[in-house]
Design a binder for this molecule. Structure first.
Ligand code: HEC
Length: 148
């Protein structure tokens, strides 16, 4: 073997490395697309969940909150709020969310405020369905603690 680093060696590393990582990328992409349907529970995607997502987006909830870690860090993570405040029970969670949304802003001194959105009952109901759906996506137990 030559003790010089030749152009040919550099070229082989370049092409070999490119092919290796391209194949790795393709394999991981395939793995993700195969595994996703098992973990995201897309069978639970209903009209109500879709409507709830629209309410979520139109009111920019993500401007303050995170959802499965993505979003803004002003207010609590809501990816698991269905389990945190509804204990995994849809009726209990809907009742909680209705009361919570109606009570804003709480006006407690020294505490961050959430605005009043004046949503109607249907919109809050749909939001609850959306947050339930999000909570049931399997994300390797993220966030690690129930308080978000
Ligand atoms: C301007 C920032 C802001 C926006 C926008 C906002 N929130 Fe909040 N939200 C807060 C803050 C701050 C808190 C924590 C308030 C507290 O603990 O008193 C909070 C708390 C919550 C909680 C209670 C979480 C818990 O763990 O108890 C829920 C549920 C919630 N928000 C839902 C929503 C929804 C749904 C939207 C969109 C319609 C939204 N928020 C938009 C600031 C915001």
């Amino acid at each position: 073997m030559s003790d010089h680093f030749t152009k040919g060696m550099a070229r082989n590393i370049y092409y070999g490395g490119s092919v290796f990582f391209l194949l790795l990328f393709a394999a991981l992409t395939l793995h993700t697309t195969r595994e996703m349907p098992k973990t995201d529970h897309r069978e639970n995607l209903t009209e109500a969940v879709a409507r709830g997502k629209t309410v979520w987006e139109e009111n920019n909830c993500i401007g303050c909150h995170t959802l499965i870690g993505e979003g803004a860090y002003y207010a609590p993570e809501l990816g698991n709020v269905y389990f945190r405040r509804g204990a995994g029970n849809l009726i209990a969670f809907k009742a909680y969310l209705k009361a919570w949304m109606a009570a804003q802003p709480l006006g407690v001194p020294g505490r961050r405020q959430m605005p009043q959105f004046n949503l109607n009952e249907q919109q809050v109901d749909d939001l609850a369905e959306f947050l339930k759906f999000t909570a049931e996506v399997e994300v390797n137990n993220w966030p690690p603690n129930i308080e978000g």
